[in-house]
Each structure stands twice: as structure tokens, then as C-alpha cells.
Design a protein around this ligand. Structure first.
Ligand code: HSE
Length: 430
């Protein structure tokens, strides 16, 4: 057996602890599969004294993660600190600059600095691996970069945030309001330290930006991901959606055609019969379309100690085996800067929910506003009047453009009978 692969772990939250546990539990099995042992030499976290439920005494302790890159007894730094800037970024750059490989679960880091770090890794002839950054336990980076490498890929979409999928699923299953499920999700500890990352779609957008690069060989371009979160979804939308044959999901969708890259994360209504519509609670799912494979579908746990740590250790095993190709599966210098497609270019149908005063002429006013914007309605639903004399009116439009829809919603919002900003959800035929 070859010499052991010596690693350092920076960040001892649940994923870091999970990595320590897997490397201990499956020591023999991993050594067999990797062809060499993988041993932890040093660890680092903010708080030295916290009880993490694992024995860290055999490992050297470093107070500063970036110092791990200086250690002669370390071949690979595993960065599990998180965050786009600061110590995570410094540690990543220093590790690669010192010609050591980097394994990370840090989606923000790769989404923002993927191309730069890939270049640095290549110049220093070391590996940069980040399987754990996208969809936790689903090996989607390897599936796309290796398993589907023979294909030209055209479309990747999926549920990339387990927390919001859990929230939407529970709103439907238990009829909870957004505020009720938010409080519960917070109490369960499912939300990111900055909840906006989950609720506003940013976490999913980080993952989507990474998948775009892996699938299409483009430079990571987080800044051009169009992002909307789930804060405006109410139970009534879920119920109306169901009646119309749809389920609401927060999807990330990326496609690449003729040098143009479309990247968007927003709630969608999709046919309830689609396999991805049945992926509930904390699960993630990704769909990848390619020219020779048609469609592939991957499902699994997108977060949590075990699934995320499993992906980190798989990357370590890969490097131990000597599989250390370019970070985005092609030379970093050949990653292309794609032209972004604006959300305004989207064409398709929309679900629209209006909260209006229940009085004569309201529907006529709404229809007139739609007509002026050239948006035509396929279905309109209105149910009983609330005690306060207001009513929800729900519509599904025929295919139209984002621009026309925005224009119509602005007109509708100005009507005196409309008492709440209209909500629209894009209907995707996937
Ligand atoms: N907040 C993320 C999620 C964690 O809910 O999917 C995993 O990246």
C-alpha cells in the first residue's frame, strides 16, 4: 500500500465532525478502496474546548486555519468553515498556492471564486474538489463531470435547497402558514446561520452557479443568477396550485445555448406528476439532460452531517487514488465567460394570485389591465368571500413574456380594488 494521505480539517461543525467519524468508522474500508490510508494530522476550529462528541486529542490543533497550509505533515486541507470571504477564502488560496490540494464543502466560496481557485489549483498542479458543496449526499458533480462526460449537456435543474423544500412540503401536508413553518424550521435548527441564504434562494443560487460551470464549462458567474426566494408563497397558493394540477417548488434552472447562459432560481409551479414534484421535505433532486443520455434524475439528502461528510470523504478518496483532474473537468484556461440571458427573456405561462375587494367590476378591471399588456388568461378561479369582504382571485395565463407579465402586474397593482401586491409564479413545463 502507498504512503498514507495526510489531511487537515478546518472547521469542526457537524460536517467536520462527520468527516472525522467516517474516517474513523470506515478506516479499513476506505484504505482498501483508496489504496492507501487517509489520516487526519491536524484540525482547526474557533472553539478548542467545545465537546463535539468525537475524540480530537490524537490530532494537532491549529488556532488559525490558514496555518494548516504551512504544515509539512499535511497533503490536503479540508475547508469546512464556510463563507465567501475571510478565513475560508484565505485558507483556500494559501492551500492551493502552497501546492496542497483543497477539498471543500463551501458553496459560496466556489460559486464566487470557482474560476480563480480552479486556475490556482491547475498552476500548482494540485486538486480542487467540492462535491459536498452541491446537493450534499448526491454525487452530482461527479455524475455530471465524469459519468456524463461524453454528452453535450443542455439543461440542468433541480431542488437544491432542502430547507425550503421542507417548508413548502410541510405547508402543503399540514396546511401551515409561511410564518408557522418558518418558526418551526428555525426551532428545528434547519436554517442557515443567515436564514436569508435559504429563504431568499441565495444558497440554491450558489449551487446552481457551480452546476452551470460543471455542466457547460463556463466560468462560475453567481452575479448573473436571477434569484427569488419563497417568502411570498402562502398556503393559498399551494392549495390553488394543487387544484390546478401543480406543485410549488423552489427550483434552480440553468441552460446553455449558443454561448448564452440562463441561470435562475425562483419558485415554480410544475406538473404534480413529474418525478421531481414528488421529492418532498429535506430531499434534493437534480435533473440533467444531455444529447446522448436523454434525461437523468438524481435524488438524495442535500444536507446534514452524514450526507455532506460522505461527499467530502469521497473527494478525499478520489485524490488518494490519484484522480486529480481539473476542478471543472476541463483546463481552467478554457472555461468560457458566457453571455447571461436576462430573466426578461423568459417565455411561458404564469400563475397569478390577486387579493381584491369583492365588488362589482373588479374582474372587468383586471381583465382590461391584462388586455392592455397583451396577456391572455387560460383559467380564472375565485372562491367565497373572506369575512372582511375581500377575495382571492387566481389566474393561469397562456404563454406570454416576462416583460408583458410584469407590465400587467404593475397595471393591476395600481387598481384601487387590489389590496395586496399581486403574486406571480412561473409555470415551468419541464
Ligand atoms: N441550507 C442548505 C439546505 C444546507 O437547506 O439545503 C445544505 O447546503
Amino acid at each position: 500500500m502507498s504512503k498514507p494521505l495526510k489531511i487537515a480539517v478546518a472547521g469542526l461543525g457537524n460536517v467536520g465532525v462527520g468527516v472525522v467519524k467516517i474516517l474513523e468508522t470506515h478506516k479499513g474500508l476506505i484504505a482498501e478502496r483508496a489504496g492507501r490510508e487517509i489520516v487526519i494530522k491536524a484540525v482547526c476550529a474557533r472553539n478548542h474546548n467545545a465537546d463535539r462528541g468525537v475524540d480530537l486529542s490524537p490530532y494537532a490543533w491549529e488556532a488559525n486555519a490558514a496555518n494548516l497550509a504551512d504544515r509539512d505533515d499535511v497533503d490536503i486541507v479540508v475547508e469546512l468553515i464556510g463563507g465567501e470571504h475571510g478565513i475560508a477564502y484565505d485558507t483556500a488560496k494559501k492551500t492551493l498556492s502552497k501546492a496542497k490540494s483543497l477539498v471543500t464543502a463551501n458553496k459560496a466560496l466556489i460559486a464566487h471564486h470557482g474560476a480563480e481557485l480552479a486556475d490556482l489549483a491547475q498552476k500548482n498542479d494540485v486538486a480542487l474538489r467540492y462535491e459536498a458543496a452541491v446537493a450534499g449526499g448526491i454525487p452530482i458533480i461527479k455524475a455530471i463531470g465524469e459519468g456524463l462526460a461524453a454528452n453535450e449537456l443542455s439543461l440542468v435543474y433541480g431542488i437544491m435547497n432542502g430547507t425550503t423544500n421542507y417548508m413548502l412540503s410541510q405547508m402543503e401536508a399540514r396546511g401551515l402558514t409561511y410564518d408557522e413553518i418558518l418558526a418551526e424550521t428555525e426551532a428545528l435548527g434547519y436554517l442557515e446561520a443567515d436564514p436569508s441564504l435559504d429563504l431568499d434562494g441565495i444558497d440554491a443560487a450558489h449551487k446552481l452557479a457551480i452546476l452551470s460551470s460543471v455542466a457547460f464549462g463556463t466560468k462560475t458567474d453567481f452575479d448573473n443568477v436571477y434569484i427569488e426566494g419563497i417568502r411570498e408563497i402562502e398556503t393559498v397558493d399551494i392549495e390553488y396550485g394543487k387544484e390546478l394540477g401543480y406543485r410549488i417548488k423552489l427550483l434552480g434552472i440553468t441552460s446553455f445555448e449558443n454561448g448564452m447562459l440562463s441561470q435562475r432560481v425562483h419558485p415554480v409551479m410544475i406538473d404534480r406528476k413529474l418525478p421531481i414534484a414528488g421529492v418532498m421535505d429535506g430531499f434534493n433532486a437534480i435533473v440533467v439532460d444531455g444529447d446522448f443520455i436523454d434525461r437523468t434524475f438524481y435524488q438524495g439528502r442535500g444536507a446534514g452531517e452524514g450526507p455532506t461528510a460522505s461527499a467530502v470523504v469521497a473527494d478525499l478518496i478520489d485524490i488518494a487514488r490519484g484522480h486529480s483532474g481539473p476542478a471543472f473537468f476541463k483546463p481552467a484556461s478554457t472555461l468560457v465567460k458566457a453571455k447571461p440571458v436576462s430573466i426578461n427573456q423568459r417565455k411561458g405561462a404564469y400563475y397569478v394570485r390577486l387579493h381584491v375587494k369583492d365588488r362589482a367590476g373588479v374582474i372587468a378591471d383586471i381583465t382590461a389591465a391584462l388586455k392592455q399588456s397583451n396577456v391572455s388568461v387560460e383559467t380564472m378561479l375565485q372562491k367565497g368571500t373572506e369575512q372582511d369582504g375581500t377575495v382571492y382571485v387566481v389566474m393561469v395565463t397562456h404563454d406570454t413574456t416576462e416583460k408583458a407579465m410584469k407590465d400587467a402586474l404593475n397595471r393591476i397593482n395600481e387598481l384601487s380594488s387590489v389590496i395586496e401586491k399581486p403574486l406571480s409564479i412561473r409555470i415551468e413545463k419541464l
